[in-house]
Every structure is written in structure tokens, then in C-alpha cells.
Design a protein. Structure first.
Length: 537
């Protein structure tokens, strides 16, 4: 395995192979097989572009050859920051074919995240779109190149300006040595709880297992049409079953550049979309808009909702509003994914977040001392299994706390488990804000705030929000004159923090409530904020 990653113990790996979970296929080989099996079927629809499996395979091969000519080698890390455009899948599969390793970042990431990741990954190349959603990625690329000279190539889908146009990176199709299936295929990013985003190494074996099993659980076939509405770089739309699951089944992927009803509904109608996945706030927006839409959404069979807790009340409205089944999905980029499944009693779909993909997903629900709680009681979910990582990339110190000594990942989620094995997400104990599915690590934002000269201390906490579920609130103890909210936000933006991490609300206090051991009590802070008061003095 790539250095600085934690492999599964040999005994567990042997067990996962024997059970047939890990099949020794790589993503590069997968696309070649799909191109042979479904050559003339449409694989990807994005804007005016329609690619068959054969064309996708050809483009990936030629791009892989072009990347090799530029000097990108197997195991080199490449930062991929692309919205939902055809180049997303072409680039992903080109890198897989070459054996280089994509680091999938979100379109919303900015210099703070990208510079850190490019450095941490020692990336050799950075793939972007020219512009998306009013943001010019070439400006960001200039900064990244300046701060991380190891990034030798910037490849741009669209108008490249001084950089390399992605569509000129091309070479004659040739054979590549297939990667080791037990090696890292790609990096996902962790929602995280620490000062900097953590990189999640996913192997061909483990990730393909989750993709294949997800496609089976969701009943995907060559007739399935999956709409990628959320940014495809997220683990959910990428693999649960997402774009890779739809392709694995020989189905069709439709890329929506935006997840809004005005963009997605016409695509559902035109392409006869059967399945898509959304975070709860978007599901609410879609249900509201569907009431008056003139678009025919009747092809939609299943709406998946995940990434954050869907309220039972909203869950109960999905079928009436959109005329399709609801599937709840509770998962994490680190691995474990749970689904409610067709054929289960309606109640499970409406009130639980599903049960794990694999019979070999080990689940423990524990109290603060690490002891298992009685069945049905809430506690922290710990998990280990055939597609859950054993460690983040180059993060020894953090790994020692994020994983138990026997390899369970500590999710930081508070859940209860029903006798059926279904999981209900009750809350969270990790220091993170789940802003409508986007994860914000409190410490990361706090560290940026502490760099402001007028900030003596800062605590970032979640405040409840009717639409997003949670929003972020920065509570600040000033040094001298209190900075105002607009100033603090502008400061964070200038530091290149992703827009979704910029605090929605800012409160100034003279001191923080503390716990018995003198730490900031975020519980007290949240309580005070919920009561609508400035924090207690
Ligand atoms: C998905 O992945 P991440 O890595 O962005 O976030 C994982 C965290 C979980 O630990 C949990 O705190 C929260 O997101 N979460 C949910 C949830 N689904 C995820 N909390 C409550 N209810 C749910 N249904 O978010 C993700 C990855 C794969 C599939 C689906 C979601």
C-alpha cells in the first residue's frame, strides 16, 4: 500500500477476499470491462455531451497517455477539483488507468483547503474547470502554484489561459500496467474534527466492494439512470451507489451542474432519471417546488436522502410530494454506509437511517468509557469492516485517537440500534457542524479566527436551523475593541476558507462558560445561543 497509509491486518484482508468482497479488480480494469460489455450504451450525459461506454473508455485512455507524457506517474497524487461536467469521469478514470491517485476536493474548496491538501499529498498536478458557479478557478490555481511549487501542472477544462487545456492532454491509446487492487485508488476527504482536512485513502478492492454492493442493494440495472445532483466528489453521489454504482451496473449517469430544481427537474424529465441522492435541505426544496412544477418527474423511482438527519416528518412527505420511494442513507467517506432497503416495512424508511451494506460490517455502540451500551440505548457508533479505513493518510497522531487500538473507526455519531440492525442517528459528539450535509470542523474555523488580531478566543458551534438543520455560529472573545461580523467574515474569506465554513452568525462575549476541568463548555454555549441570549458572562 502507498506509504503513510494503514493497511488492513493480513488476517482481515484474507477474510474479506475469501468472502468475495475484495475481488482483485481495479477501477481502470472495471471501465475496460464495462466498455466491452456495454460498448454502445450511453454512460454519461452532461450538458450537450453524451458519451458511450466505449467513448468514455477511449477518452480515459488517451488522457491517461497524455498525463503519462507530461510525467505523471503511477501513485502520483493529483488534486481534482471539478464540478459535475463530463471531464469529471474522464479525469477520474484516466488517473485510475494510469495508476495515479486522484484527491477529490469539492468545488466549494478554496486556497486554504487546496494549498493544504496539495502540500500534504505532495500533489504533482491540479485539475480544475475554468469557472463554475461564478468562481474563477484559474485565480485559485495561480495561488496554489505559487505556494506549492511541487504542483507542476494545472490542467483546465475550458478556457485554460496560461495553463494547460485538459483537452490537449492526449496521447495514443496504449497499454498501462494495471494497479495493485489492494493499493490506494483515490482519496476522499474527511468532514473532520481537526484543524486541517484529513485525507481518506480508499483502495480499489474496498471502494469497488462498496460500489458493487450499493448498486445491488439499490437495484441498479442497465436501465437505471442516476442523476448526480450533489457534487460528484462527495462520497455519497460518487459511490452510494452514485456515479460509479450506476456505471458498474451498466446504467447511465446524468451530471447536473447544480442541484436546484430549476436545473435538475428538466434533466429528470428529459433523461427519464430513475434515481438520485440529495441532502435534507435540497430534499425539502425539491418537495416544495414539485407542487407547482410543470416538469414530468414520473420516471423517478427512488429519492435517496443522506448526509444529515432527515426529520421523520419530512420523510413522511416524500412519496406524496415526489411520487417516488424514499431511501435513507447514512454513511461516511471513511467507509460505513447504511441503507433502508426496498421491501422493508415503510416504518424503517421513514424513521431509521438504514442498516449497513455488509454482513461483515462490525458495529459497536458504546458509552463514554468505551463499554457497549445495552441494546436500543444511545451511544457512540464504532465500526470496522471490509470498506472502512484503518487510518487517515499521514496522520499518525490523529489516527491514535480516531481509531481504537483494535481498528474500529470512532464515528463521533450518537446512534441507537434496533433489534433489526437498523440505525437511528440521534446526535453527534464530535466537534463538527453538519450544515445541511456539508461538514464544518469547529477547530479549523476557530484556528482561522484566532489569527485575527482582534480575536482573543473563539468557539464555533452549531445552532439549529429549520432549513439547513444546523448553521454555524462563531462565538468570539475580543481583544480590545470587538471586531464586527462582516469584518470577521471578510477576514476568513481572505484566508481562502471555503464559503460553507464562513460562520452564519457571530456573537461577541466577554468570556466563555467553562467545564469543571476548565475547558470551554460548548454544551453551555449552545444552550445559551438556543435561548437567544448572548452567552453567559
Ligand atoms: C456522508 O459522508 P461524510 O463523510 O460527508 O459525513 C459523514 C457524517 C456521519 O458521520 C454523520 O455525522 C453524518 O455525516 N451523516 C448523517 C447521515 N448521513 C451522514 N447524519 C444523520 N443522518 C444521515 N442520514 O455524509 C455520506 C457518505 C456516504 C453516503 C451518505 C452520506
Amino acid at each position: 500500500m502507498l506509504p503513510h497509509c494503514t493497511p488492513w491486518p493480513a488476517e482481515a484482508a484474507a477474510r474479506y477476499r475469501d468472502a468475495g468482497y475484495w475481488r482483485g479488480e481495479t477501477f481502470g480494469a472495471l471501465l475496460a470491462r464495462l466498455a466491452a460489455e456495454h460498448a454502445a450504451s450511453v454512460a454519461v450525459v452532461a450538458g450537450p455531451s453524451r458519451l458511450t461506454y466505449r467513448q468514455l473508455d477511449d477518452r480515459a485512455s488517451r488522457l491517461a497517455a497524455g498525463l503519462a507524457e507530461l510525467g505523471v506517474r503511477p501513485r502520483d497524487r493529483v488534486i481534482v477539483q471539478l464540478p459535475n461536467i463530463p471531464e469529471f469521469l474522464e479525469t477520474a478514470f484516466a488517473l485510475f488507468r494510469l495508476g495515479a491517485i486522484p484527491v477529490f476536493t469539492l468545488p466549494a474548496h478554496r486556497s486554504s483547503e487546496i494549498v493544504h491538501l496539495a502540500r500534504h499529498a505532495e500533489a504533482v498536478a491540479y485539475v480544475i474547470a475554468d469557472e463554475h458557479d461564478g468562481f474563477d478557478y484559474r485565480v485559485l490555481a495561480r495561488q496554489v502554484r505559487k505556494e506549492v511549487p511541487g504542483v507542476r501542472h494545472v490542467l483546465v477544462a475550458g478556457d485554460a489561459q496560461e495553463f494547460t487545456p485538459l483537452d490537449t492532454v492526449s496521447g495514443p491509446g496504449r497499454a498501462f500496467t494495471d494497479s495493485d487492487p489492494s493499493d490506494v485508488a483515490l482519496f476522499q476527504l474527511s468532514g473532520g474534527t481537526t484543524g486541517t482536512p484529513k485525507m481518506i485513502p480508499r483502495t480499489h478492492d474496498d471502494y469497488l466492494y462498496s460500489v458493487r454492493a450499493s448498486a445491488e442493494i439499490c437495484g441498479l440495472t442497465p436501465d437505471s439512470v442516476y442523476l448526480a445532483a450533489l457534487p460528484a466528489a462527495h462520497n455519497f453521489p460518487m459511490s452510494s451507489p452514485g456515479v460509479f454504482g450506476a456505471l458498474h451496473a451498466g446504467g447511465r449517469v446524468v451530471m447536473a451542474p447544480q442541484p436546484t430544481p430549476s436545473v435538475a427537474f428538466p434533466l429528470i424529465e428529459a433523461e427519464r432519471v430513475t434515481l438520485t441522492g440529495l441532502v435534507p435541505p435540497l430534499a425539502l426544496l425539491w418537495m416544495e417546488t414539485a407542487r407547482t412544477t410543470r416538469h414530468d418527474l414520473s420516471s423517478l423511482r427512488t429519492l435517496q436522502v443522506g448526509g444529515a438527519r432527515l426529520s421523520n416528518a419530512a420523510a413522511a412527505r416524500v412519496r406524496g410530494a415526489l411520487g417516488c420511494d424514499l431511501q435513507q442513507v447514512y454513511g461516511m467517506a471513511e467507509g460505513l454506509v447504511c441503507y433502508t432497503r426496498a421491501g422493508e416495512p415503510e416504518e424503517f424508511h421513514l424513521t431509521t437511517q438504514g442498516r449497513p451494506i455488509s454482513p461483515d460490517d462490525e458495529i459497536r455502540v458504546v458509552d463514554a468509557t468505551g463499554a457497549d451500551v445495552p441494546p436500543g440505548e444511545p451511544g457512540e457508533l464504532l465500526t470496522r469492516g471490509p470498506y472502512t479505513i484503518r487510518g487517515y493518510y499521514r496522520a499518525d497522531r490523529h489516527n491514535a485517537v480516531a481509531f481504537t487500538p483494535d481498528g474500529f473507526y470512532r464515528t463521533g455519531d450518537i446512534v441507537s440500534r434496533l433489534p433489526s440492525g437498523h440505525i437511528v442517528v440521534e446526535g453527534r459528539e464530535k466537534d463538527q457542524i453538519n450544515r445541511g450535509g456539508e461538514k464544518v470542523a469547529a477547530e479549523e474555523v476557530e484556528n482561522h479566527l484566532l489569527a485575527h488580531p482582534a480575536v482573543r478566543d473563539a468557539a464555533v458551534v452549531a445552532v439549529p436551523d429549520r432549513f439547513l438543520g444546523e448553521r454555524t455560529c462563531a462565538v468570539v472573545v475580543p481583544r480590545g475593541d470587538a471586531p464586527d461580523a462582516a469584518d470577521l467574515r471578510a477576514f476568513l474569506r481572505d484566508r481562502g476558507l471555503a464559503p460553507y465554513k464562513i460562520p452564519d452568525r457571530v456573537e461577541i462575549v466577554s468570556e466563555f462558560p467553562v467545564t469543571g476541568v476548565g475547558k470551554i463548555s460548548k454544551r453551555e454555549l449552545r444552550r445559551a445561543l438556543a435561548a437567544g441570549l448572548a452567552a453567559p458572562r
